[in-house]
Design a protein around this ligand. Structure first.
Ligand code: DX5
Ligand code: ZN
Length: 238
């Protein structure tokens, strides 16, 4: 398994995102997770391409941009141009999921499909060969600081199995309520990209919190034998 930590800046001080990113990177962040919300698909509103462009100037690791917006097709190109290295879209709003993923890939970034807690893994059936990663939401999207939904564990396993059956070594990512208590559970289920907002930026020392969370995840993956199939190289910088 190739464990990667993706701290979510949603829980950081938005007036000091540059230093938040630097602290996360010193703590071993492999990616920076950026939550884009439009007030339609989810009740919250966050940021758009101009902020992503600024984050891209200061981040030394790839930006993992999670679009929680009603019409992602309209904005995919803008977020790629702003510097997204990975771009994920929710299957719930996409009638032509395969086409959207194809557009993202052709723009040269890693394309991810996201499942809400209530969306069955079967929604991925037609894109199991295309996806570069699958994001299984472990809370309902919209806000940081929510409690991990235990029901997500079986979905992580199911998503992993579906990808394996398709011969696709793409990683499963998890997002929501990931902390020192829940991280082993999701790694055991097959998650390799771990998003964490509050557990990193809600801590008194985000750098130390990131380092500890990643160390626990990496140690657990090693302890369970890292059984999963060999992985492709990680999504690189743009
Ligand atoms: C929720 C977002 C998450 C959020 C996770 O809609 O997609 O990325 O930042 O926050 P925590 O880790 O606090 O649950
Ligand atoms: Zn997210």
């Amino acid at each position: 398994m190739n464990i990667r930590l993706a701290p979510s800046i949603l829980a950081a001080d938005f007036a000091a995102l540059g230093s938040a990113i630097a602290a996360a990177e010193r703590g071993g962040a492999d990616l920076i997770h950026v939550d884009v919300m439009d007030g339609q698909f989810v009740p919250n509103i966050t940021i758009g391409p101009p902020v992503v462009r600024s984050l891209h100037r200061v981040a030394t690791v790839p930006l993992d941009v999670h679009l929680m917006i009603a019409e992602p097709d309209r904005y995919v190109e803008a977020f790629v141009n702003a510097g997204a290295g990975m771009l994920s879209v929710h299957v719930e709003v996409l009638p032509h999921l395969k086409r959207t993923l194809g557009v993202i890939k052709r723009l040269g970034v890693k394309a991810g499909a996201v499942l809400n807690p209530d969306t069955p893994v079967g929604a991925l059936a037609d894109v199991t060969r295309e996806v570069d990663f699958v994001l299984v939401m472990t809370v309902n999207p919209g806000f940081g600081g929510q409690t991990f939904l235990a029901s997500a564990e079986s979905k992580i396993r199911e998503a992993r199995r579906l990808l394996d059956e398709a011969g696709n070594a793409a990683p499963v990512e998890v997002d929501g309520g990931i902390d020192l208590q829940t991280v082993r559970q999701v790694v055991s289920a097959g998650a390799e990209i771990l998003v964490a907002g509050s557990a990193v930026f809600g801590a008194a020392d985000p750098e130390a919190a990131a380092r500890e969370l990643k160390a626990v995840a990496v140690a657990h993956a090693a302890a369970i034998g890292g059984s999963a199939a060999p992985r492709r190289p990680v999504p690189g910088p743009r």
